[in-house]
Structure formats: C-alpha cells, structure tokens
Design a protein around this ligand. Structure first.
Ligand code: NAD
Ligand code: TYD
Length: 338
C-alpha cells in the first residue's frame, strides 16, 4: 500500500510512520510536512535512507502540490497535519483555521477530484476535545454532541464536519478517529507531560494551571498507532471511532508521578493562573472500536510514564535543542507573570 501521511514530522505522525514501516514491510510512505515550529526532521532521521520512506516539505493547504502528490498512485491519506496546541490557539487562532480547517478541505477536494477513478481512503486524525468538557462522571461516546470550547477544538470540529459531509455527499471513503491525550517519545515540550519531565530534569518549576484537578485520559502513543492501524485497514467508511487510554488522571497526579520517577521534590510544582475556557475533564468510551475492531489499549499509565521519562532522560539533546529561540519566547509569554 502507498500511503500519504501528512504532518509526519510531528509527535504522533513520526511515531506512526516508524510503527507502520516496521509493521508492513511492503508499504511505502510519503510524508508531507510544512515543518512548522512543531515539525522536526530529527524525529525521523533514522529513516532517511529507507527506500520505502519519502519526505516532502509542503503545506496541506497547497492544492496543486497535494493533487500532484496523490496522482502518483496514493491509496490512502492519514491526516495528522495540524496546529495542535490549545494554549497557542488561544493566543493566535489564525493558523489553526488555515491548516486544520482549510488544509483538511484541500485534502478532501483532492480526494474528491480523484474519485471514483482513484479510490483514496481518508483517515482523519481528530481528538476527543471536539466533545467539549465532562462533569465528574460519564465518558464521551461517538454519539456525544460536539461542543468544542477552544479555538483549537473548534477548528478540529470544523474539519470533522467537512470529512463527514464529503463522505455523505460524494461517497469518498473516509473514517475519523477521536483520541484522548497522547504521551510518549518525540512529543514537543509545550505539552503537559514532556514539559513537566524536561523541566523537572532541569530543576525548573512545573507550572500547573488552576487547581490542578483537570482530568485527561492519557494514552501511550504506540497504543494510538495500533488503533490507527485497525481503523485504516478495517474501519467502516463514514464512521467515527473513539480511542482512549483508560487512564484518567488529574494533572497534579501526573506532575507528582513524574517528580517521583525522577526522585525530585514536589516543591517544584508551581500553581499558575488557569487557562481561559479550560476544559475540566475528558474521558473516552472506546467500546465501539473494541467491539467492532478488537482494539484496546495495552500500555498502562505506570508502564508508559516510565518509558517516557526514560526516553526524555536519554534524549536530552533532542529537547534541549528545541528549548531555545522561539520556544523560549513562547515560554516567557505563556508563563512569566502568570
Ligand atoms: P504536532 O504539533 O506534534 O505535529 C503536527 C505536525 O503537523 C508538525 O510536524 C507540523 O510541522 C505539521 N504541520 C502543521 N501545519 C501543517 C501544514 N499546513 N501542512 C503540513 N504539515 C503541517 O501534533 P501531534 O500531537 O503529533 O498531533 C497530530 C494530530 O493528532 C493532530 O491532528 C492533532 O489534532 C491530533 N491529536 C493529537 C493528540 C495529542 O494528544 N497530541 C490527541 C488527539 C488527536
Ligand atoms: P496539554 O498537554 O496542553 O493538552 P490539552 O490541553 O490538549 O488537553 O494540557 C494537558 C492538561 O495539562 C490540560 O488540563 C492543561 C494542563 N497544563 C498545565 O496544567 N500546565 C501546563 O504547563 C500545560 C502545558 C498544561
């Protein structure tokens, strides 16, 4: 199979490419990535000599480029490309609309134009954040009404609606996955877990928003890749599949677990002003993908966090290089005087 992966130089995309090349020795993958601040060629530097992997610097919103790329026998698109950080979407939402909404539209248009002569399966990587926020109990199912609260989640919801409409109207073979918070190797250190681990290693404060009791359902990135594998190959066209980690944790517990793993004091925790519109709790009901496709998460939070802490300890060069320049400006804007 020939797959066009978008945003493959980011966190989940790079893990997916490595997982797929290993799992399917007869597949070839083209990775189109704009290399924004979050895209990093080093995430896949070990694959640069693989004849089955091809990198192209490009923007998913560039229609002629995308049409040219898929005309070369592409059989599936896996769309990871996105602006992905909620805090940055609050600061400056424009890029989120361009990539997450318009970019997805451009990809769908390319698939539509090729269809039905060329039948390209479109796997769209969405998020549980499209469902909004939960109270103390319950979990998101695929039937939960969409109620996004941040510019990021609103842009992802708009993209999901486009995918739905293109399947319904034109019959293009599309599927959507909505996954909870991922963690693991190669995650950009603006997100909670890599930020906490790298700050703790450097004996810097761990900034916790509000009371620290906001809950996320953490999934180890490899489990997400395994879910994408079954949905890409066997998911029903036009369907949505929720993917979750069965690991609901308040942010404060996550921070304390990381400090304990590193043998650092809890006094590094610093409470800072809350994020505007901060969703209180996410939890995923993944019974549909389990029932229909036989997937369930296999890595516990305890195992996953140990692997992740170890990875950041042994890959200091990787994140230290990132924590310079633009990152330091961002960090100052985001955390100073908060
Ligand atoms: P990331 O920010 O680490 O990577 C995004 C990648 O997309 C980067 O390599 C970036 O250069 C690239 N990109 C951005 N704009 C582009 C454009 N216009 N054209 C081509 N490439 C572009 O993000 P991630 O955490 O790996 O997330 C990947 C996808 O998974 C996103 O769609 C995100 O919404 C979704 N998702 C993420 C999580 C999570 O916890 N990280 C959970 C559920 C869903
Ligand atoms: P994040 O990793 O940004 O993912 P998302 O907002 O998409 O869920 O944040 C995860 C949780 O951690 C969220 O409740 C916000 C919180 N958080 C902090 O408390 N401090 C931080 O420095 C960051 C980045 C996040």
């Amino acid at each position: 199979m020939k797959i066009l992966v978008t945003g493959g130089c980011g966190f989940i995309g790079s893990n997916f490419i490595r997982y797929f090349l290993k799992s399917y020795p007869d597949y070839s993958l083209i990775n189109v990535d704009k290399l924004t601040y979050a895209g990093n060629l080093e995430n896949l530097s070990d694959l640069s000599h693989s004849p089955r992997y091809h990198f192209i610097r490009g923007d998913i919103a560039d229609a002629p480029r995308i049409e040219e790329l898929i005309s070369k026998g592409v059989e599936a698109i896996v769309n990871f490309a996105a602006e992905s950080h909620v805090d940055r979407s609050i600061e400056d939402p424009g890029a989120f609309m361009k990539t997450n909404v318009f970019g997805t539209f451009v990809l769908l248009e390319a698939v539509r134009k090729a269809f039905p002569k060329q039948r390209i399966r479109f796997l769209h990587i969405s998020t549980d954040e499209v469902y909004g926020s939960l109270g103390e109990t319950g979990a998101f199912t695929e039937e939960t009404p969409l109620a996004p609260n941040s510019p990021y989640s609103a842009s992802k919801t708009a993209a999901d609606m486009l995918v739905r409409a293109y399947h319904h109207t034109y019959g293009i073979p599309a599927v959507i996955t909505r996954c909870s918070n991922n963690y693991g190797p190669y995650q950009f250190p603006e997100k909670l877990i890599p930020l906490m681990i790298s700050n703790a290693i450097e004996d810097k404060n761990l900034p916790i928003y509000g009371d620290g009791m906001h809950v996320r359902d953490w999934i180890y990135v490899e489990d997400h890749c395994r879910a994408l594998d079954v949905v890409l190959h066997r998911g029903k066209e036009g369907e949505v599949y929720n993917v979750g980690g069965r690991s609901e944790k308040p942010n404060l517990t996550v921070a304390k677990t990381i400090l304990d793993r590193l043998g650092k004091s809890h006094s590094l925790i610093r409470y800072v002003a809350d994020r505007p519109g901060h969703d209180r709790r996410y939890a995923i009901d993944f019974s549909k993908i389990k029932r229909e496709l036989g997937w369930k998460p296999s890595v516990s939070f305890e195992e996953g966090i140990s692997l992740t802490v170890e990875w950041y300890q042994t890959h200091r060069e990787w994140w230290k290089k990132i924590k310079t320049g633009e990152y330091l400006d961002y960090y100052k804007r985001m955390y100073q005087d908060r």
